[in-house]
Design a protein around this ligand. Structure first.
Ligand code: ADP
Length: 395
């Protein structure tokens, strides 16, 4: 069986093809179209064990990107399929599934309408996800499956997902915490349980997905108990360009004093804040370099980021009543030992002891032998998780 995974971001389309043999998922090819809708669109196609290819061509939208990628999959030189009909299922990442979707589903017209309705909560992502879905439906006969970023968080209890706003906003408008990066948290928490050596259903695990967008999730008894992102992926820890938690009154105050409308404010909070707003770059590598050269704003930004992560881990340790493991994943979590060490440095009291050498060399378990709580480094694999869900549904 062959599964295609399609992940349409706001200006990118990433894809992977897996061949499933006796339950093992082997990667046949992966690639991406980037800078969709802006100058310099680029397709990079990487077939396993074959020459890679790069195509520069204007791509106005995700449909044009998908139409340009499809022939590459069956190309004589770069292709991995004889015919596109070899694909048995297509798994799509969908960012917002609201309260409707608690797990992955086959896509039909009703599901498409529901995803479209939920665009109000994810205006940059759900429409892009839908274009990917519609184009695949036109190009291929295989069933399409939607895998939602929000689904795994649907197990959160009401005390965790409700905001202290008038109840009618939840009842009439669906205003509540939904949480994101669900496939990533789901994947790394299950992998963590294997390393901890206990059944997932008996574990308390805190997963830190720290990338350009970051979120932290608390799992109890195999279910999400709480997560840092909210109605949208803006809430939580400080991110590359997103502010994370702020007092809503601070936002209102700036809107009033500077005469800023909701659209502009949304852009400031999502695209001009976080590390970028604090230190001038959204990339933590740049910010660390600047800090090392003595830039005080950059030094402060690193401290603010670390502190915001510590506060979530600390509050989840408290509400879970301790943890079996704390997991680091995604761009920052996987690649930066200094941040991992700084973040965990205040948790010796809670039984988390980092082995500096293991952390430096990137070992999967980087806590000391006698650490009560395991510190874990687990590379995320959202595409594999989407392929696995798609395979499960088709089977
Ligand atoms: P996205 O959220 O877009 O999927 P990623 O998970 O790929 O992002 O993470 C990208 C971010 O990871 C970059 O913006 C950069 O800040 C950070 N990053 C990657 N490598 C390192 C590193 N060695 N040190 C610090 N930050 C890093």
């Amino acid at each position: 069986m062959k599964i295609l995974v399609v992940n349409c971001g706001s200006s990118s389309l990433k894809y992977q093809i897996f061949k499933v043999e006796e339950g093992t998922f082997n990667l046949l090819a992966k690639g991406s179209a980037t800078r969709i809708g802006i100058e310099g669109s680029l397709i990079e196609h990487k077939p396993s064990g074959k020459e890679e290819c790069t195509i520069e061509k204007p791509l106005k939208n995700h449909k044009e990107a998908m139409l340009a990628i499809e022939p590459l999959l069956t190309d004589k030189t770069y292709g991995v399929l004889k015919d596109i009909s070899e694909i048995n299922g297509i798994g799509h990442r969908v960012v917002h599934g609201g309260e409707i979707f608690k797990s992955s589903v086959f896509i039909d017209d009703k599901v498409i309408n529901d995803i479209d309705d939920l665009s109000k909560f994810a205006p940059l992502h759900n429409p892009a996800n839908l274009t990917g879905i519609q184009t695949c439906r036109q190009l291929m006969d295989a069933p399409n499956v939607a895998v939602f970023d929000t689904a795994v968080h649907q197990t959160m209890p009401e005390k965790a997902f409700m905001y202290g706003l008038p109840l009618e906003y939840y009842k009439n408008k669906g205003i509540r915490k939904y949480g994101f990066h669900g496939t990533s948290h789901d994947y790394v928490s299950a992998e963590a349980a294997k390393l901890i050596g206990k059944p997932f259903e008996q574990c308390r695990i805190i997963t830190c997905h720290l990338g350009n967008g970051s979120s932290i999730t608390a799992f109890k008894d195999g279910k999400v108990q709480d997560t840092s992102m909210g109605l949208t992926p803006l809430q939580g820890v400080v991110m590359g360009t997103r502010c994370g938690d702020v007092d809503p009154a601070a936002v209102l105050s700036v809107m009033q004093s500077d005469g800023i409308g909701p659209k502009k404010m949304d852009e400031i909070l999502n695209k001009k804040s976080g590390l970028l707003g604090l230190a001038g770059s959204s990339d933590l590598r740049d910010v660390i370099d600047m800090a090392e050269q003595g830039n005080q704003d950059a030094e402060n930004a690193v401290e603010i980021l670390v502190y915001s992560i510590q506060k979530y881990i600390g509050s989840y340790l408290a509400t879970l009543g301790g943890a079996d493991g704390v997991v680091f994943t995604a761009g920052i979590g996987e690649n930066n030992p200094i941040i991992r060490d700084k973040v965990l440095s205040c948790f010796e009291y809670a039984g988390i002891k980092v082995d500096k050498n293991k952390n430096e060399t990137g070992e999967k378990i980087f806590s000391t032998e006698d650490s009560k709580v395991k510190a874990l480094l687990i590379p995320t694999n959202e595409e594999l998780m989407i392929a696995m869900d798609t395979y499960k549904l088709i089977n």
